[in-house]
Design a protein around this ligand. Sequence first.
Ligand code: SAM
Length: 217
Amino acid sequence: MRLRNIPGAREEMLVNPFIVQEPARLRGRWHEEFGNDRPIRIEIGMGKGQFLLTLAQRNPGINYIGIEKYSSVLLRALTKQEELKLPNLRLIRYDAETIDEVFGDGEVDRIYLNFSDPWPKDRHAKRRLTSDRFLARYAKILAAAGCVEFKTDNVDLFDFSLEEAAANGWTLSYVTRDLHSEPEAETNVTTEYEDRFSAKGNPICKMIITRDQPREQ
Ligand code: SAM
């Protein structure tokens, strides 16, 4: 997936109008960027963008921001957005390690994590996007009624994520270990990885977690 070597990808990111440059300058002011007060939902690690572009097309009343670490991957999403020119979608090349420097407290309505890198070695557990360090950042930027939606086919990562959420005071509002057999499958928007893994016969796990603790002032 890390198509790091597409020539010119990084340069394209610097000049393309659909890519928000220096996103931290908009911290707490993303509604000005969109020109409305509609909810803001973000996907961290959006990859080539199938999921978020579909949501943005279906839900023009919601603002979406796709975040991806690698220019060469984001370029694929950008190419689709250049065709569609969706007014409710922005893209950012950014490492989510410091996501709370890009969004203000309570600014985000929902966070999507789809097929995040599993980082299977114990010593790399802190890099998982559902580790306690990341959950603490999400708790800061999420609105009081906000949630994190996470999908994966990786059972070890899913178990880890459930444990981290419970240990850090989040409430589990939905869980399944076979999303595509549930009634929710009808409205489920799939990602590139989801299509690939479910075609191989892997069940798709999903959890939705909410913050159940008041935000510290
Ligand atoms: N979400 C897509 C899907 O389901 O098809 C892509 C999944 S891919 C396994 C994980 C993606 O997350 C990669 O494109 C990777 O570059 C991105 N990623 C991993 N860590 C990240 C981070 N800290 N910040 C932003 N993106 C990250």
